[in-house]
Design a protein around this ligand. Structure first.
Ligand SMILES: [Zn+2]
Length: 338
């Protein structure tokens, strides 16, 4: 079997790899129907996160169960399944309160940009769809493995409620799906921060009512202007830089909440500024497993179509071009088909 391996900055190869096999009795082997490149993969691709040795890539996946270990009871061969980028047992104390990405037995999925995948802790990790879906549903189902679940967690962590004014920092796939999530949760007004025409259009399709193109101080000033000088009730931080985090915190009204899901790179917070801001901060790696049943239902019944974030589809063996297109911001998100 061939799979995706990152050798160093800008160097993605699709090369021969060991075929996945059952190692633990709790494993499942999934034949991938679709996978994709994540915005977070770009941190390593760009050399911002160092790559010490050739590293297999990919953590977003959905597909058909091919084989299960002897202890697996909740999924069986032939079923179409989706799982989180962290495998979790779904039974430990952290899982039971809905924080499966802090599972005490969690394992990061790292080899999903390939035709086959070993999923540990299959009973806790994988959720089957009602039947095998039609091909046109697969992109939307794939987003539930990470970006849609992460956008949903950003809105959930920012405590979005009906009638609220919400601002979204970041116009990558997660930010755009954060807009969709806030809209589903009943936000009255959704301000998307984006300076790219195609992304602004998608944000509007997903429910954004206002677009702010400014960043930094000017972006904050614009949010203040749009909210009568008060700030947004809820702000979704979907980037992970110092600038985006401060933009989120300073755009939030006293008593409001920031949900942050961008993996922080060099972000530091000033205690005194936080103290006087009167805001709530919650975030982290999204426990997408918590939301899978609900989000599968929303996709299955046609209420949401998060697969619209894929604006480039490539055969899996052209994965290197998929990374390049996202790195150069020619594509929002690349769908890969084995
Ligand atoms: Zn657990």
């Amino acid at each position: 079997m061939r799979g995706t391996v990152l050798y160093g900055p800008g160097d993605v190869r699709f090369e021969e790899r060991p075929a996945p096999a059952i190692i633990q009795s709790t494993d499942a082997i999934v034949r991938i129907s679709a996978t994709c490149v994540c915005g977070s993969d770009l941190w390593s691709y760009r050399g911002i996160s160092p790559v010490a040795q050739p590293t297999p890539m990919g953590h977003e996946y959905c597909g058909i169960v091919e084989e299960v270990g002897s202890a697996v009871t909740s999924v069986k061969p032939g079923q179409f399944v989706i799982g989180s980028f962290f495998a979790s047992d779904n039974t430990c104390p952290n899982c039971r309160v809905g924080y499966q990405t802090s599972c005490r037995h969690r394992e990061f999925i790292t080899t999903a940009q390939a035709p086959g995948l070993r999923v540990p802790l299959a009973d806790g990790t994988l959720v089957a769809t009602p039947t095998v879906p039609a091909d046109d549903l697969i992109p939307s189902l794939l987003t539930l493995s990470d970006v849609m679940g992460t956008g949903w967690f950003a809105a959930n962590a920012a405590n979005v409620k009906p009638g609220m004014t919400v601002a979204v920092v970041g116009d990558g796939a997660v930010g755009l799906l954060g807009v969709l999530s806030a809209s589903q949760m009943g936000a009255a007004r959704i301000i998307a921060m984006s300076r790219h025409a195609a992304r602004q259009k998608l944000a509007r399709d997903f429910g954004a009512t206002d677009i702010v193109t400014e960043r930094g101080d000017q972006g904050v000033a614009r949010i203040q202007e749009l909210t009568g000088g008060i700030g947004a009730d809820a702000v979704l931080e979907c980037v992970g830089t110092q600038e985006s985090m401060m933009q989120a915190i300073r755009s939030t009204r006293p008593g409001g909440s920031v949900g942050y899901v961008g993996v922080p790179h060099g972000v530091t917070l000033d205690g005194e500024q936080l103290f006087f801001s009167h805001i709530r901060l919650h975030g982290g790696p999204a426990p997408v497993r918590r939301f899978l049943p609900q989000l599968i239902d929303l996709v299955w019944t046609g209420k949401i179509n998060p697969g619209k974030v894929f604006d480039l589809t490539l055969p899996l063996d052209q994965v290197a071009e998929g990374y390049r297109a996202m790195d150069q911001r020619r594509a929002i998100k690349t769908l890969l088909l084995p």
